[in-house]
Ligand binder design. Structure first.
Ligand SMILES: Cc1cc2nc3c(=O)[nH]c(=O)nc-3n(C[C@H](O)[C@H](O)[C@H](O)COP(=O)(O)O)c2cc1C
Length: 390
């Protein structure tokens, strides 16, 4: 299930924790109406090469499944990618770094989908300059422009694009991740100008990282404005899944019934100690505890570095799909809001002496890894047409 789920009843009550525990399976198979997840069939009847590529690219991983992409097809022979400024995470991602990771993931998927059709991509990042770190100053300037050229070599990882999932579930704790498999995964991230990939399945390091994930999750849960950001993105039941086709899915019969009765209050976060809070915290704790390894990507932190890290991230997740491994981001410690600062510092200090210096690499992604106990459902996507500028 998604990482933040909690219930507070209108009128001040709270749901029993037992009623919430099935949320662990939130988003499972029959929960999503077929139309909401139709993207995962690929571009069925589409013949236009650019639209076909975009149809694959929208399946890219992105924070909170906000799908913050605007795709401009007005220039013949090119695809221009912009940020949808109505789809930012102003509280948990105040510098816009994570939103741009979602753009880099889109871009990499787009390039792969074009290559699959025999089209090479000439990619210019930030052709009109970069966005600042002030979200309120973000403007229309493109994140990237892709000019289509003849050529393009199909990429073996493309076969995993429609199979890729982010597993928001407990991993199989009876199945350790083999060190050799971790190395195969990490080796798939080409180094060069891109981010450095690191990882561990070592028991001692695992404990420290599990604790870091859990401690940082508590900060997000206990900070009202960051918690509310997630609550506002909750989608409850098939009607909301279909209406939005984005965000954080919540779909147990009990929660749906409470919502239908007007008893599910989404204007407030549950107070610490309430059953709703405990249920949400339990999920974070279980995800942290069942991490069977960790992988991370670290790089410089320019806007282009962030996009390059993202391109490597989606490739890492696709390679993991090929290897039968789950890769699940645990991004709380990487969030750049004030209350998280001690954990942000800690994640950058792991394995090196403190304090961190400005020139040291930024951890762009931190993910738990493990084997999956079962299938993971595909998450909704908005129709391609909703993203296009024509
Ligand atoms: C930059 C970034 C950060 C993310 N952080 C988290 C996270 O902290 N917890 C989580 O459950 N998923 C996280 N995700 C995964 C997204 O929630 C997921 O990609 C999205 O819901 C779509 O689902 P899918 O990847 O299965 O298609 C992150 C993804 C990205 C790109």
């Amino acid at each position: 299930m998604q990482r933040r789920t909690f219930i507070r009843l209108a009128g001040g009550g709270t749901l029993a924790a037992a009623a919430l525990s099935p949320l662990a399976a939130c988003g499972a198979g029959p929960y999503y109406p077929a139309q909401a997840v139709e993207a995962w069939q690929g571009p069925v009847d589409e013949i236009d090469a650019r639209r076909r590529a975009v149809a694959y690219a929208i399946t890219a991983p992105n924070p909170h499944n906000l799908q913050p992409w605007v795709v401009d097809l007005r220039e013949e022979g090119a695809i221009t990618l912009r940020v949808d400024r109505d789809r930012l995470l102003r509280e948990t991602d105040p510098l816009g770094r994570q939103i741009l990771i979602g753009h880099g993931a889109f871009l990499e998927s787009l390039v792969m989908a074009l290559a699959e059709q025999g089209i090479a991509s000439e990619v210019a990042l930030w052709p009109q300059g970069t966005q600042t770190t002030q979200l309120q100053a973000w403007d229309e300037r493109p994140v990237a422009q892709v000019v289509l050229r003849p050529g393009g070599q199909p990429d073996p990882l493309f076969a995993q694009v429609l199979r890729r999932r982010t597993p928001k579930i407990d991993f199989d704790t009876t199945r350790p991740v083999e060190p050799a498999r971790l190395q195969t995964l990490l080796a798939s991230v080409s180094q060069g100008a891109g981010p450095a990939a690191g990882g561990t399945v070592d028991t001692a390091s695992l404990e420290a990282l599990r604790a870091l994930c859990w401690e940082s999750a508590k900060v997000e849960l206990r900070t009202p404005r960051t918690m509310l950001e997630s609550i506002r993105l909750l989608r409850v039941g098939p009607a909301e899944f279909l209406a939005h086709r984005d965000g954080i899915a919540l779909n147990t019969p009990f929660v749906r019934a409470m919502d239908a009765l007007g008893l599910f209050d989404r204007s407030l976060g549950p107070p610490e100690g309430s059953a709703g809070y405990k249920a949400a915290a339990e999920r974070f704790e279980a995800h942290s505890r069942t991490a069977m390894g960790f992988v991370w990507l670290a790089s410089g932190n320019t806007r282009s570095d962030q996009l390059q890290a993202a391109r490597a991230y989606v490739r890492l997740q696709l390679k993991a799909t090929e290897l039968g491994l789950g890769v699940h981001p645990m991004s709380q410690a990487l969030q750049e809001f004030a209350e998280m600062a001690p954990h942000y510092e800690r994640v950058h200090q792991l394995g090196r002496p403190a304090p961190r210096e400005a020139a040291e690499p930024t951890v762009q992604m931190l993910c738990r890894i493990g084997y999956l106990p079962g299938d993971v459902p595909a998450t909704p996507r908005r129709p391609v047409g909703a993203l296009l500028q024509l």
